[in-house]
Design a protein around this ligand. Structure first.
Ligand code: CA
Length: 707
């Protein structure tokens, strides 16, 4: 408008007329408030889970079981990286706000895909080494003309919804520690709340509420106690930690942080004016090392309700007392009113990592129902009088290794579920992933690196001793499923098998449809009544994020971010690594959409590249140990380079330049000079080179790069 005023000189009347027309055409950007989040218009998707209740159910029905065959691409926007895309778009008054990998933000015209503005917080690339699970971001929050995003380096930033200009930025963590933020902020009562991640690397969890206008801190709630010798935190959690939590901890947990990071689900409950916090796993995982193997370790793996104005404790329910398996309770919490046989109650529905669907009375935290939605080897059920699990004692791997299911990846991770409040059914992106657990006898705390004190995948009763046979046995029990779960009956209605785990979040609509993407890049619509697959779109990149739906000028759209990554993207073998992972995309569909994307051309992987140097068996053996300690957690999946194929492998100096001197830090590969000597880094090259030689032999036999 300034530019127009300058051009027109004294034509103020015309400028004023233009401004009025513009104001009539488009409302002021991002005008979301509590009323809009409590009862959204069907046209919008104003909050992370749709509304405050976070059901991810839309009453829109233009796209339905009858019209789904005509659903096609309306527009697509390419993103700038192949890193994982986990965000749920926010859509308000025809404008879409998304976050992408590396904590970037974009606003787009929701009907056309025209980019209105972009924002880059310029995160330092080396910070990626503190991100257990990729440099992902699950979304923004919008409130009264502002857009809020948490960054991978621990900042919370407010942007102008109209321009994308930064309004304020606060550092919400101690940046000398391995904290990260991947979760979407939540907004209520002119406050914005954000948690953090990092329990695998050694931190203490908390959530903080800030004033939306000024960025000033309002309250902070720590989820686990600190070192008692340091005295109280002078935080909202002081009283609850001293009275309830501290007596449940033993040993010297504070040296390891204790964990309890609230890295995903934080839900405002407008009916009871309370904030529910989903609390994560312990740090380190292994309770023997964390808390002398005893105590409930509150508030790990709990739902904690606090006063939204002061952060003061109201109630809690702990789903996994004495957590020792990475059983977070950070997964999506959905608010509902349900009658389980004794009249309607206000409840929270939760399907956390530990494999049970919980229904908890949200007036007091009392357990109403806990039913397993997958095989649960660690517990046979819940005692409904105490609300505690009936555990299989061997699963704690105290007196020897154990096969445990679910495992740390969860029976359900952060991928959002959806809930149809009419049918009273949740659609859970579930996983069946058993894993062997053993105490790490050589555990040494390395702050800032992987600190679980647990060995996964080793020998255990119930699986073969031979490593290859054991991997095959575990793989044969591993799959992803989409489960339609009747919450009142406490049983599945139907299941869809995906073969591989790590599939997308779900969206349910009044059109009788459930939308879900999968690891292999198929975005599909299923019939909600029986799970029949009615429609698919080939995205050519794995889909993890939750989809949304909205309406602009009477037309219904369905939107999803495509882009594989996250914890399995960096750490877990993928069925097909024969091509590199392409950049992410925003994909938006409508009935009769006519958009086309360029033909997909897979990029082949480079061939195996073993070094010509000769290494001693002792170097190779030592390198195997360091590789397992520092490298495999980020280079085991398809997202980051397969080290057996990188150019630096055959060049001693180039290898040192990356591993010790940090030459690729801007790309996310931090220097390991604080953890490794140049000689130790060279032993990793020896080990990886031996693996590359084996891979090259395989490729030479096959005559092409192996998968
Ligand atoms: Ca974890």
């Amino acid at each position: 408008m300034k530019r127009i005023a300058r051009t027109l000189g004294g034509g103020f009347a015309l400028v004023a007329a233009l401004a009025t027309t513009a104001a009539m055409r488009a409302p002021i950007a991002g005008q979301v408030d509590g009323a809009r989040l409590a009862r959204p218009s069907a046209d919008d998707w104003p909050g992370y889970g749709g509304s405050y209740a976070e059901t991810r159910f839309s009453p829109l029905a233009q796209i339905n079981t009858g019209t789904i065959g005509k659903l096609s691409l309306a527009w697509a926007v390419d993103l700038d990286t192949h890193r994982g895309q986990e965000a749920t778009p926010i859509v308000v008054d025809g404008v879409m706000y998304i976050s992408t990998a590396w904590s970037k933000v974009m606003a787009l015209d929701a009907a056309t895909g025209r980019i209105l503005w972009k924002y880059d917080p310029h995160v330092i690339g080396g910070k990626a080494v503190h991100a257990c699970c990729d440099v992902v971001n699950r979304g923004v929050a919008v409130w009264k003309g502002r857009v809020f995003v948490g960054t991978i380096d621990g900042r919370l930033i407010a942007l102008d919804a109209a321009s994308g200009k930064q309004l304020w930025s606060v550092v919400t963590v101690d940046q000398s520690k391995p904290y990260t933020i991947t979760g979407a902020p939540r907004v209520f009562k002119d406050k914005v709340v954000i948690g953090n991640s990092g329990a695998e690397l050694g931190v203490r969890g908390y959530v903080t509420a800030y004033d939306t206008a000024s960025g000033k801190q309002v309250w902070r709630f720590y989820t686990v106690p600190g070192n008692p010798a340091d005295g109280p935190d002078h935080a909202a959690s002081d009283e609850a930690l001293a009275r309830l939590a501290l007596p449940t901890w033993h040993g010297e947990w504070w040296k390891y942080g204790g964990g309890g990071t609230a890295w995903d689900s934080i839900v405002y409950d407008p009916e009871l004016d309370q904030l529910l916090i989903g609390v994560g796993n312990g740090s380190p995982w292994n309770q023997v090392l964390r808390s002398d193997g005893k105590g409930d370790n509150l508030f790990l793996s709990s739902i904690v309700a606090v006063d939204p104005d002061t952060g003061r404790y109201k109630w809690h329910y702990q789903e996994t007392p004495g957590e020792t398996w990475d059983f977070t309770a950070t997964q999506q919490m959905t608010l509902a009113t349900l009658d389980l046989g004794d009249g309607p109650r206000k409840v929270v529905i939760h399907a956390p990592k530990n494999g049970f669907v919980f229904v908890v009375d949200r007036t007091n935290g009392k357990l109403l129902s806990a039913k397993p939605y997958v095989r649960t080897l660690w517990a046979s059920g819940y005692d409904m009088t105490t609300g505690r699990p009936i555990e299989n004692p061997a699963a704690r791997f105290v007196n020897g290794p154990a096969l445990v299911e679910p495992s740390g990846i969860g029976a359900h991770a952060w991928m959002p579920m959806s809930y149809d409040p009419n049918a009273k059914v949740v659609y859970i992106p579930a996983m069946e992933v058993p894993m062997t657990y053993a105490r790490d006898p050589n555990y040494v705390q390395r702050l800032g690196r992987w600190n679980t004190a647990t060995i996964l995948g080793g020998p255990a009763p119930g699986v073969p001793d031979d490593p290859a046979a054991r991997r095959a046995a575990i793989a044969s029990m591993t799959r992803g499923t989409l489960i339609a779960w009747d919450v009142v009956q406490g049983k599945p209605l139907w299941k869809v098998e995906h073969g591989f785990p790590w599939n997308g979040g779900t969206l349910a609509t009044a059109g009788g449809l459930v939308f879900q993407g999968d690891y292999a890049g198929q975005f599909a619509a299923y019939r909600a009544s029986d799970g029949a697959k009615l429609w698919t779109y080939e995205a050519h990149r794995g889909i993890m994020a939750g989809a949304v739906t909205y309406r602009v000028r009477g037309e219904q759209y369905v939107a999803v971010l495509a882009g594989y990554g996250g914890s399995m993207g960096v750490a877990a073998p993928y069925p097909d690594r024969s091509h590199l992972v392409p950049n992410g995309q925003v994909l938006v569909f409508k009935i009769g959409g006519r958009a086309k994307v360029p033909a997909y051309v897979p990029t082949p992987q480079p061939p195996a590249n073993p070094a010509k140097d000769s290494f001693t068996p002792a170097q190779v053996a030592e390198g195997a140990k360091w590789y397992g300690t520092f490298c495999s957690i980020c280079h085991g999946g398809p997202i980051n380079p397969d080290l057996r194929r990188v150019g630096e492998l055959s060049d001693r100096e180039a290898w040192k330049a990356v591993v010790i001197d940090g030459a690729l830090e801007p790309n996310g590969m931090a220097s390991f000079r604080d953890y490794l000597t140049p000689e130790q880094a060279e032993t990793i090259r020896a080990y990886v080179s031996s693996q590359a030689a084996a891979l090259k032999a395989e490729e030479d036999r096959a005559g092409k790069p192996a998968k």
